[in-house]
Write a protein that binds this ligand. Structure first.
Ligand SMILES: Cc1cc2nc3c(=O)[nH]c(=O)nc-3n(C[C@H](O)[C@H](O)[C@H](O)COP(=O)(O)OP(=O)(O)OC[C@H]3O[C@@H](n4cnc5c(N)ncnc54)[C@H](O)[C@@H]3O)c2cc1C
Length: 458
């Protein structure tokens, strides 16, 4: 069936009640997400539904005309998960922004997919609660996108990734049927865990329109922050392994390498230039000894100078700002491929060695930051602006990094998702039998294969 017939039917049915974009220039702005190395195709239309019924109507039409659908939140994906394909319908959740309910007594909220992560957390804060998963993109990324990618973040080392905070979902399937999964209870073992399956499905099984999410008590005392500098990445990795093995429970444990610190310093002049690796650690419990114990473990692992310990919230924010500057500082250097491998924490020092060796072997620049307490590293490869596509040397170094992660019992993606960029690697991680099961699951949810084609399963 014709794409123009689809667009006319879409405008006729949904145009009167929600925004439908068919203008060329605007359409082009929905081609890509933040994985700019994925070129993306030109959508036939973009729809911004305002209700679940709108989403259902749009998907019914897409099924009738067999038009591919790309669900999109804020488009901050670093894996190309929200990149468009030619002639597709981009279904954007920008207008699904209601917090339907917030129930302090039950410590949960029911939120629409387009609610921005930080907006939900601020609403929870008014009740002394917090929404724990906090990807570094939390000021712009949506709950729907976070659920669809099973996003992680800085607090996940203590509070878990998005999956641990999702109790239930409202989802529209490819043919327009609306399905509700899970419950408003923390315990629920009735039937297969469809909520768990849909979390992390990257828009390939349906469109998430709302989520019932768990909220946590907000710590009443500000966290204590510990910052330690090291003469090598390996020594910092060793400190991480020690803290996780025998230290107190930490609420944040981030690692930055020397190249990252130098790139931040060249930009912001923060006195970081001579440091080869840095750990930023927080404890949000109340035991006064916790931070001292973290500082002692850093010293044992070879920290240079004494670790800085602060309970001042303003100072803590400044120290965390260093971590948040890592990605924009890398972007200033050139084009970036942000990788996202994970290994068991005990293998972190070895993985760091393997990243550095891969970069050196292929003569490419790499900046590594890590949610180190989760064993989740983001080696970011950087090359000159103006070069089209991923340079072969960068692709070869990245392939070595994926292979090393798998050898060390790890994963090719800890939080960004498979998207387009890792699709060729998925079978190497999960094996042919699990891959066949994944394809069979996809066929049940989306028999025509219209949901986010070219992502995850290729
Ligand atoms: C500066 C920066 C820092 C980042 N830091 C982190 C981090 O710390 N941790 C982390 O995990 N990620 C991080 N990311 C990656 C990204 O922000 C996350 O993957 C985020 O969850 C994507 O949310 P989004 O709303 O932008 O979704 P999009 O990018 O729009 O979409 C992401 C995927 O989800 C699908 N999708 C979106 N909404 C829906 C929906 N309603 N229903 C079904 N499928 C949907 C899309 O099809 C796509 O496959 C970072 C990105 C940037 C740019």
């Amino acid at each position: 069936m014709s794409t123009s017939g689809f667009v006319s039917a879409l405008v006729a049915e949904l145009g009167p009640r929600c925004r439908v974009i068919t203008d060329g220039d605007l359409l082009a702005s929905y081609r890509q997400d933040m994985a700019t190395v994925v070129p993306g195709g030109l959508p036939a239309a973009v729809v911004l539904p305002r209700t679940v019924a709108d989403v259902s109507a749009a998907l019914s039409l897409a099924t009738r005309f067999e038009v591919p659908v790309v669900p999109r939140g804020a488009g901050t994906s670093l894996a190309g998960g929200a990149s468009a394909v030619d002639g597709c319908l981009v279904l954007s959740t920008e207008a699904l922004t209601a917090i339907r309910s917030l129930r302090p007594l039950d410590r949960l909220a029911v939120v629409e997919a387009g609610v921005v992560n930080a907006h939900l957390d601020r609403a929870a804060a008014e009740h002394g609660l917090m929404y724990a998963p906090d990807p570094s993109s939390y000021e712009i990324a949506t709950i729907g996108g976070n659920v669809a990618t099973n996003a992680g973040g800085l607090r996940c080392v203590k509070y878990g990734v998005t999956r641990q905070s999702v109790l239930g979902l409202e989802v529209v399937l490819a043919d327009g049927r609306v399905v509700r999964t899970g419950t408003a209870t923390t315990k629920n073992v009735a039937g297969y865990d469809l909520t768990g399956l849909l979390v992390g499905s990257e828009g390939t099984l349906g469109v998430i329109t709302a989520a019932t999410v768990r909220l946590h008590r907000r710590p009443v005392v500000p966290p204590t922050t510990v910052v330690a500098a090291f003469a090598s990445l390996e020594a910092a990795g060793e400190a991480v392994a020690r803290i996780m093995a025998s230290g107190p429970e930490v609420s944040l444990l981030e690692l930055l390498d020397g190249t990252t610190l130098r790139s931040i310093d060249e930009w912001k002049r923060m006195g970081l230039a001579g440091i080869d690796a840095m750990l930023v650690v927080q404890v949000d419990g109340r035991l006064p000894d916790d931070a001292a114990q973290v500082a002692a473990l850093c010293a044992e692992a070879g920290a240079v100078d004494e670790a800085a310990v602060s309970t001042d919230p303003a100072e803590a924010e400044e120290l965390l700002a260093i971590r948040r500057l890592a990605y924009p500082a890398a972007e200033r250097l050139g084009q970036c491929l942000v990788e996202d491998v994970g290994v068991p924490v005990s293998r972190l020092p070895e993985m760091i060695r393997r990243v550095e060796a891969a970069a050196a072997r292929h003569g490419v620049t790499v900046l590594t930051v890590a949610h180190a307490g989760d064993g989740n590293l983001h080696p970011t490869f950087v090359w000159d602006h103006g070069v089209a596509g991923i340079p072969p040397a960068v692709a070869a170094a990245a392939d070595e990094v994926f292979a090393a992660a798998l050898e060390l019992d790890g994963t090719i993606t800890g939080e960004h998702g498979v998207g387009v960029l890792k699709a060729a690697w998925l079978e190497r991680q999960v094996g042919p039998e699990a891959m066949a099961l994944q394809r069979a699951v996809k066929a049940v949810f989306d028999p025509l294969g219209i949901m986010n084609p070219g992502k995850v399963l290729v």
